[in-house]
Design a protein around this ligand. Structure first.
Ligand code: B16
Ligand code: MG
Length: 220
């Protein structure tokens, strides 16, 4: 089989925490009097917290010191974590649950490749702590997407080369990172029309057909 492993982006693929990022950045931007809408928010997908703040500040004429930026990023993160704290395993969609279980059943190695430092907290809230064979996240990388580091680290943790792993992404920065790392990418959501993606998914469960249609080893 070509793919022995699947590396999932977290925000916007496994869970809808992308909406919570939007609400938290919007609350901060409103307080600062900086215009912020969903179009600007889509540029923050897959990008680290501090880079996201820089993008927002660049859209205004506000200049901040590094210390002020750290305080603003902490404020946003507190708002975001208050929203995350309300999540329960019931927020894991039936489509995602079914897909993860079927891939596991098919013997694939499964990993998370996320820029988020909140990954452990999110997985715990979703009842997915301990589910994945590997978790590479914002806590173990020095370069966030579109750099391929997080996916290369996930593949290394799985013990697989990039060509044997399929990356699932909802952000252009994530598709770029996957391709730069030598991975095939299946894109969904915001990134669905990204020409660099090898596959397009309407729902995560479309993945099952891709995996199922792979050449299987001949039975003896
Ligand atoms: P945090 P992903 C990314 O997660 C989000 O898409 C991006 O919007 C966010 O800024 C980044 O994580 C950092 O998140 O503030 O929680 O560390 O899409 O790579 O799973
Ligand atoms: Mg994402």
């Amino acid at each position: 089989m070509k793919y022995q492993g699947v590396i999932f982006d977290l925000d916007g693929v496994i869970c809808s925490t992308d909406e919570y990022h939007y609400q938290a950045w919007k609350a901060l931007a409103d307080r600062l009097g900086i215009p912020f809408d969903r179009e600007l928010n889509s540029q923050l997908r897959g990008v680290s917290r501090m880079e996201s703040l820089d993008i927002i500040l660049r859209s205004s004429d506000r200049v901040c010191t590094d210390a002020e930026k750290a305080t603003l990023a902490a404020e946003k993160n507190a708002l975001y974590r208050a929203l995350l704290a309300r999540m329960t395993p019931r927020d894991l969609s039936a489509d995602v649950r079914r897909t993860l279980d079927a891939l596991r059943q098919a013997g694939l190695r499964l990993a998370i490749g996320s820029s988020s430092k909140n990954t452990p907290f999110i997985l715990e809230r979703m009842g997915l702590d301990g589910f994945f064979d590997a978790v590479a996240d914002g806590n173990c990388i020095t370069h966030s997407k579109p750099h391929p580091e997080v996916f290369l680290k996930a593949a290394e943790m799985l013990g697989l080369p990039p060509r044997q792993c399929l990356v699932i992404e909802d952000a252009h920065a994530g598709v770029e990172a996957a391709v730069a790392g030598g991975f095939d990418c299946a894109a969904m959501g915001d990134a669905k029309e990204d020409a660099r993606a090898a596959y397009r998914l309407q729902a995560l469960s479309d993945l099952l057909q891709i995996i199922d249609s792979q050449e299987k080893p001949a039975k003896s």
